[in-house]
Write a new protein. Structure first.
Length: 269
């Protein structure tokens, strides 16, 4: 009798867990109205968290900084656990680059004093958000799917801008802490990325010169990528089943690379 009651209890717990996972899958991955509202709320919270990450270098000395930091850590922990439960294959989900970035960001939040010099990498959360379905499902439903590559390129550029600004502020401008030092770091990053190079602010030493070279090369590449996304002819994203070519003309019948017959759905479908 005792073993049968234990078995029944285990089954109830397993069923409750399965129901929870099913509910989370609907909230995180479906297109229902309730799920879209949930995803929109999560996206708004993400954007507020990213705003805190951007401003954290100048807020670090405030008494409330650690309270906000640990509160965000609790929110991010709950989000990561919920996503893990919603995943069909947890091990595959753990290997995704966006998941690795989120876990790293969580580590910097849980140990803000030990990992203070890596805190600028928290802005990578914006890159992670740009690759989540949360951002694209509502935009695609409203007809903005063709702008996906443009928006992703812009978000990549913005992410790079603030990650580099945080890096330069942390390793080169820390003596001038506060808003002045951060603005100087942002100003230097923008002038380097655009190759304007006013010359009124320079990074000292060999590492400063190497940092400037990397910022200029990467910044120009990201600007070119954004320009290509804006001005080249519009193509739909539809992987060819035969060769894997990702982009095709909206009215394409055959893949240009291998000739495979395509069945690209209409945007209104």
């Amino acid at each position: 009798m005792h073993s049968s009651s234990d078995t029944a209890g285990s089954k109830r717990e397993a069923n409750a867990l399965d129901r929870l996972r099913g509910r989370l899958r609907v909230l995180y991955h479906s297109d229902s109205k309730g799920a879209l509202r949930f995803q929109l709320a999560i996206m708004v919270v993400d954007l507020l968290i990213i705003a805190f990450f951007v401003a954290s270098p100048v807020l670090r000395e405030r008494p409330s900084f650690l309270w906000i930091d640990y509160s965000i850590a609790a929110i991010l922990t709950a989000d990561i656990l919920a996503r893990a439960l919603a995943a069909n294959d947890v091990l595959r989900w753990l290997r995704r680059s966006t998941t690795i970035v989120d876990i790293f960001i969580l580590a910097t939040l849980l140990a803000p004093l030990w990992l203070a010099n890596l805190g600028f990498l928290r802005v990578l959360r914006l890159w992670s958000l740009s690759r989540s379905g949360f951002l694209w499902r509502p935009l695609v439903r409203r007809g903005y799917g063709p702008w996906r590559e443009v928006i992703q390129s812009a978000l990549n550029l913005i992410t790079f801008l603030f990650v580099v600004t945080g890096f330069i502020y942390t390793f080169f401008f820390r003596e001038g802490s506060g808003i002045t030092g951060y603005v100087d770091a942002l100003y230097y990053t923008v002038t380097s990325m655009t190759t304007t190079g006013y010359g009124d602010i320079l990074l000292p030493g060999m590492w400063g010169k190497l940092t400037s070279v990397v910022v200029m090369i990467a910044g120009i590449s990201l600007f070119i990528r954004l320009a290509q996304a804006l001005f080249r002819p519009y193509k739909v994203r539809y992987p060819c089943p035969q060769c894997g070519l990702q982009r095709h003309d909206p009215d394409a019948i055959h893949c240009k690379a291998c000739g495979y017959q395509l069945k690209i759905p209409d945007a209104d479908d």
